[in-house]
Design a protein around this ligand. Structure first.
Ligand code: GAR
Length: 220
């Protein structure tokens, strides 16, 4: 079976790109990274693509429509069937988003629809939630919206700052994104309005409590 060709859009570090590259290194993984596009020339993710021999491009147009046109051309030439935004921090042209609707996914470090936009980990700490996490979703025009494919729940610990929470969530992102892309590649997903139904999927049979119930008793 031919593998699904994925085009990854990045702006920086590219650790989620790396997670997808690592997953695709397994020949049984049903997707491959066909091209990487960065809007920033200094994105570390470009080095990751280069060292794996993946074609990579910088599209630095400031004009949103020009960026979309150049990106669309590269994706088309690479035969890309799925666009994966991985730490891509530019707002995309609406016509581009509509053209790729249901063929473009994003990962965001919160349990959407909570904490969209910038600094989601800071937002989670400020809100005092006991759990946050990450979300992979199909992309719609409004920032960080669209039918949710998969989520991972990550506990917030009392001593957390933004960096420690971000690192804990990032570790979950690196598991979740390859899983979600695999589900797309295996054509397991059906979009029903705002919901995504996954053939053969099972939800975990847990309800996690934070703090847990087995706290040491404080009565003296
Ligand atoms: C990740 O945490 C990703 O979820 C987030 O940026 C980070 C990129 O890290 N994306 C967003 O906030 C998009 N709204 P990476 O470059 O190492 O993958």
């Amino acid at each position: 079976m031919p593998r699904l060709k994925v085009g990854v859009l990045i702006s920086g570090r590219g650790s989620n790109l790396q997670a997808l590259i690592d997953a695709a290194a397994d020949p049984t993984y049903p997707a491959e990274i066909a091209t990487v596009i960065s809007n920033r020339p200094d994105a570390v993710g470009l080095v990751r693509a280069a060292s794996t021999g993946i074609p990579h491009h910088v599209v630095a147009d400031l004009d949103r429509a020009a960026f979309a046109a150049a990106t669309d051309r590269i994706l088309g030439e690479a035969g890309v069937a799925l666009v994966a935004l991985a730490g891509f921090m530019r707002i995309l042209d609406t016509a581009f988003v509509e053209a790729w609707a249901d063929r473009m996914v994003n990962i965001h470090p919160s349990l959407l629809p909570a904490f969209p936009g910038l600094h989601p980990q800071r937002q989670a700490l400020a809100a005092g939630v006991k759990f946050s996490g990450c979300t992979v979703h199909f992309v719609r025009a409004a920032v960080d919206t669209g039918p949710i494919i998969a989520q991972a729940v990550v506990p917030v610990e009392d001593g957390d700052g933004e960096d420690s929470l971000a690192a804990r969530i990032l570790a979950a992102e690196h598991r979740l994104y390859p899983l979600a892309v695999r589900l797309v590649a295996e054509k397991r997903l059906r979009i029903d309005g705002n919901r995504v139904l996954t053939a053969g999927a099972a939800a975990p049979g847990i309800a996690a409590l934070n703090p847990t119930e087995n706290l040491a008793s404080n009565r003296s």
